[in-house]
Design a binder for this molecule. Structure first.
Ligand SMILES: C[S@@+](CC[C@H](N)C(=O)[O-])C[C@H]1O[C@@H](n2cnc3c(N)ncnc32)[C@H](O)[C@@H]1O
Length: 298
């Protein structure tokens, strides 16, 4: 049995709408990712492995940062979305990205990467520790490990008695991820994941876009997210299509924000990066060799 035989559900589904949602999501979260990658040290000439590429936004950020001397390999289990990623990278004039279709749990990938990165992907992978350790083996010693994942744990605290529409969205989101196995606390779990894989303590940050202005793209992003979630919400009887009211959802959320003058919270993201440490093989051999020479006793 291969790793990818373990059933995995991508809660957001696969559709043209989901692809557009990912692109809109990037408008809201790319600034966080760019600053994060700069802080982590992604730089010119590096060879980067990016997992869960989706429509290609994270791979494109990395490709700009590593420049023409570097290269990015992006992997996603959804072969169709990679066609969009490829054409977007080409339109952006980025020739240093290769997208590979495959499940990162057992895809046949190159090795000797200088960085392993991803955004909003570990949360979907069952037995993520095992997959993560396999991926780390493709990274050079001294390589960068940098992941950005969601943390929905403070979500319930953002509910307010006068925001019934928003409150429902929070409840439905948490329930659908709970029922489909998506880890809504993956951001905070990054620390445990890194430590259990034997990595040094990561540098971690926490950030969320919150919005209120009429033109804030977050409102239509929320609507698009619920378009992606709707089939599962209905199938799992978490909410009916009428309760979600998808066509008016963005406006109803906006009305709540306007009435209370209280910004809408998008899911916070945790960023964590560290450097893969470890002695090179020749150092281990040297230690063994030295043991052959017992200390000279007086
Ligand atoms: C929420 S999207 C994020 C896309 C992109 N990282 C971004 O931030 O724009 C998650 C992506 O991870 C991919 N994915 C999930 N599990 C995967 C796996 N086991 N192997 C490869 N890709 C996976 C999904 O197909 C999806 O495209």
């Amino acid at each position: 049995m291969t790793n990818s035989d373990t059933k995995q559900i991508y809660t957001m589904g696969r559709s043209e709408g989901e692809t557009q949602r990912l692109i809109k999501q990037s408008q809201l979260y790319d600034a966080i990712t760019r600053n994060f990658f700069a802080r982590a040290g992604i730089s010119s000439g590096m060879k980067v492995l990016e997992i869960g590429s989706g429509a290609g936004d994270v791979a494109m950020i990395a490709a700009e940062m590593v420049g023409s001397e570097g290269q990015v390999v992006g992997v996603d289990v959804n072969a169709d979305i990679l066609n969009i990623a490829r054409s977007r990278a080409e339109a952006a004039g980025l020739q240093n990205i290769t997208f590979i279709a495959g499940d990162v749990r057992d895809a046949d990938l190159d090795s000797e990467f200088d960085a392993l990165v991803g955004r909003l992907v570990l949360m979907y992978i069952p037995e993520v520790g095992k997959a993560f350790e396999n991926l780390l083996s493709l990274l050079n010693t001294g390589g960068i490990v940098a992941f950005q994942e969601v943390d929905m744990t403070p979500y319930t605290a953002t509910k307010h008695p006068d925001t019934p529409v928003t409150n429902n969205l929070i409840d439905w989101t948490l329930e659908v991820f709970k029922r489909t196995g998506g880890n809504t606390a993956m951001g905070l779990d990054l620390y445990k994941l890194f430590k259990e894989a034997g990595l040094p303590d990561p540098d971690m940050h926490y950030e969320a876009p919150i919005g209120c202005s009429e033109s804030w793209p977050g409102f239509s992003y929320v609507e698009q997210s619920f378009r992606s979630l709707l089939p599962l919400l209905v199938d799992l009887q978490i909410a009916t299509a009428e309760e979600v009211g998808i066509d008016t959802l963005a406006d109803r959320v906006k009305n709540e924000v306007n009435a209370l003058k209280r910004p809408f919270f998008l899911p916070p993201h945790v960023t964590a990066y560290t450097i893969k440490s470890g002695s090179p093989d020749w150092a281990a051999e040297l230690v063994i060799d030295l043991k052959r020479y017992a200390p000279i006793s007086s």
